[in-house]
Design a protein around this ligand. Structure first.
Ligand SMILES: [Zn+2]
Length: 143
């Protein structure tokens, strides 16, 4: 599978992803424990070159529910990092991407695989409900 390094952006080719996997270029651990921050420039490459589904949190600094959801999203991402990639898009810094994906309210979560939307959720959820929603969405993806 192809897996983009969360630290340097290099595309790694792996037989399987586990806790020992290291980036071929920068030697950092490949399993991200924190969501990757994406911008208008890094977004397309990150989506195109990852074989794992990607859960993207669209947010903004002025949005109270987004602030409340950030630690929840982070917690769920470190728990599920072998099954999906987790990314965040600050809609103020990435207006083009936010427009392209029709983000009308935040927080909005979108699950994407190979550039295609699998599922979408608007509004914040507590950790257990968020994890459950992501698990349901991942069942609709193909491995
Ligand atoms: Zn790297």
């Amino acid at each position: 599978m192809h897996y983009t390094c969360p630290h340097c952006g290099a595309i790694n080719r792996l037989a399987e992803l586990n806790n020992n996997a290291r980036c071929g270029r920068c030697k950092s651990a490949l399993l991200a424990s924190l969501p990757t921050e994406l911008t208008d420039t890094s977004f397309a490459r990150f989506l195109a070159k990852n074989d794992l589904p990607i859960v993207i949190d669209f947010w903004a600094s002025w949005c109270g529910p987004c602030q409340a959801m950030a630690p929840v999203f982070q917690q769920v991402s470190s728990r599920m990092n072998q099954h999906a990639r987790f990314a965040k898009v600050n809609t103020e810094h990435a207006p083009t991407i936010s427009n392209q994906w029709g983000i009308r309210s935040i927080p909005t979560l979108i699950v994407v695989q190979h550039g295609q939307e699998i599922d979408r959720l608007s509004g914040a959820l507590p950790p257990a409900a968020l994890q459950q929603w992501i698990e349901q969405a991942l069942k609709k993806t193909h491995s």
